[in-house]
Design a protein around this ligand. Structure first.
Ligand SMILES: C[S@@+](CC[C@H](N)C(=O)[O-])C[C@H]1O[C@@H](n2cnc3c(N)ncnc32)[C@H](O)[C@@H]1O
Length: 157
């Protein structure tokens, strides 16, 4: 699952989607994705409900520096906003009911940075645009990840 040949393109894509912003990983685990993504200069914050997994992350070089909150990624909120919120491989299937999965997507949306429409961004005016879970980039990402089997990610417009 964590063959470098599989990890590198995922990290590359997430770094691209993060632009200059931060990334939030649901189910950060031992940091197979978060650590190389941090190495690419993307600040990563994580949520995980397993103290044991996070202890393994902490034992790795650079693992201490990653801000992790222990909690359920369907409901746990962390400070600030993020350019991309993602989970990988089959992590979504740790949530076994539709209600939990919907709550997870809502939680992801709540953490996403709001972006103004391009027209207003150019003028520096206008209200923030509500976040949407699927942009063209996301659809591209989802289809890419679907080809990679069971990997899911979502980001703000
Ligand atoms: C497949 S592993 C992900 C591995 C991780 N991406 C990595 O690079 O090590 C799934 C992770 O999700 C965590 N997890 C499972 N259900 C969770 C939940 N409801 N809330 C928070 N974390 C959860 C597990 O503890 C585990 O670390």
């Amino acid at each position: 699952m964590f063959d470098p040949a599989a990890v590198e393109p995922v990290v590359e894509l997430l770094a691209d989607l993060a632009e200059q912003g931060r990334a939030l990983e649901f189910g950060i685990g031992t940091g197979w994705i978060a650590l190389p993504l941090t190495g690419r200069g993307v600040p990563v914050v994580g949520i995980d409900n397993s103290e044991a997994m996070v202890a393994r992350l902490r034992a790795k070089p650079g693992g201490e520096a990653i801000d992790v909150t222990i909690g359920d990624f369907a409901t746990t909120r962390v400070e600030g906003e993020f350019s991309v919120v993602y989970l990988v491989f089959n992590t979504i299937f740790n949530l076994v009911t539709q209600e939990e999965q919907v709550a997870c997507f809502r939680n992801a949306a709540a953490h996403l940075r709001r972006r103004r429409p391009v027209r207003d961004r150019d003028r520096g005016t206008g209200p923030p645009e509500p976040p949407a879970l699927l942009s063209r980039a996301e659809l591209r990402l989802c289809s890419y990840l679907a080809r990679k089997q069971d990997q899911v990610s979502f980001r703000g417009m």
